[in-house]
Design a protein around this ligand. Structure first.
Ligand code: CP
Length: 316
């Protein structure tokens, strides 16, 4: 693997999921692979899971890790070519990416959508700027458009917990007081389209995602109907895509409750975390035996580790 920007950068997704599960049996088996190699983690936005699980993955592979909160501690970056840099941006991505490449053998970047300008967000200028100007492999730790490390961990989790060869997996929108990006939902949809699953997306009208991503996925506007016979309920809020970044609905009728989970086939509850209790999901669902969010977060280490392993094998 050269870079990991999208799910499509993984050649054989099913084999990769199985390899990641295999790593869990002996996480430090490939400790020599990352010796004298440095991973740089650049954060333009906050993180708990991505930050720690990606470090843990690198440590398991014997890598050294450098972490920078670029959004708060770095110089403000300019991305336009040929611009007269007389405003607030102090450093061009051209220099920044090449400089970091001298210190790091692999660079991982987190830069969320700003949700103000769809065209600009769709350009994903931070991750694509590093991809263009860095001289080392780039890993996406959540960009404006996708969160593939999360989607890989989600697929690993479903593989581990599924009782049926082809489970029914439902991605459900849920309310949230803040406008949230589309990246997690986008990558989960892309991943589910590659899996053997009966996949359904449910959300209120107006919350349709990019049709380039949802493609022919089944969309059911009645949440109760969507939940019937589901084996996995994957919950995530996102802001509107058409009315870009807007919040169209905040009332609690789409919150995940025990009553709604009873409509399912005793489904497992999934969420990428962080999650707002009693806004997105009721306490009793999140605290139930069917909630697998902690196992899901644990798999973030192994999704990052299998990606790093494949990149290291390629640069050795
Ligand atoms: N799920 C996820 O990416 O978590 P963090 O934002 O805490 O990294």
């Amino acid at each position: 693997m050269n870079n990991f920007i999208n799910i499509s950068d993984v050649k054989d997704i099913q084999k990769t999921i199985e390899e990641a599960i295999d790593l869990k049996g002996n996480p430090t088996k490939h400790k020599g692979l990352g010796k004298h190699k440095t991973l740089g983690l650049l954060f333009f936005n906050p993180s708990l899971r991505t930050r720690l699980s990606t470090q843990k993955a690198a440590i398991n592979l014997g890598m050294d890790v450098m972490v920078m909160n670029f959004g708060s501690d770095g110089w403000a970056l300019e991305f336009e070519d040929g611009t007269v840099m007389k405003d607030s941006n102090s450093e061009h991505i051209k220099e920044a990416a090449q400089v970091v490449s001298q210190y790091c053998d692999v660079i991982a970047v987190r830069a969320f959508a700003k949700l103000k300008d769809r065209e600009k967000d769709c350009q994903d200028e931070v991750i694509n700027g590093f991809l263009k100007y860095a001289n080392v492999p780039i890993i996406n730790m959540e960009s404006a458009k996708g969160h593939p490390l999360q989607a890989l961990a989600d697929a690993i989790t479903i593989e581990e917990f599924k009782a049926l060869k082809k489970p029914k997996v439902v991605l459900s929108w849920a309310p949230h007081p803040k406008a949230l990006p589309h990246a997690v939902a986008n990558s989960f949809i892309e991943m589910m389209q590659l899996q053997e699953a009966n996949f359904v997306i449910t959300h209120p009208k107006g919350y349709e995602l990019d049709s380039e991503i949802t493609k022919k996925a089944s969309i059911e506007y009645n949440q109760d109907k969507a939940f019937q016979n589901a084996d996995f309920i994957y919950v995530k809020n996102w802001s509107a895509y058409k009315k870009y970044g807007e919040i169209l609905k905040t009332d609690a009728d789409w919150m995940i409750t025990t009553h709604k989970m009873k409509l399912t086939n005793n489904a497992k509850f999934m969420h990428c975390l962080p999650v707002r209790r009693n806004v997105v999901v009721a306490d009793d669902v999140l605290d139930s035996q069917n909630s697998i969010v902690i196992a899901q977060a644990n798999n973030r280490t192994f999704s990052a580790q299998i990606v790093l392993k494949k990149i290291l094998e390629n640069i050795k």
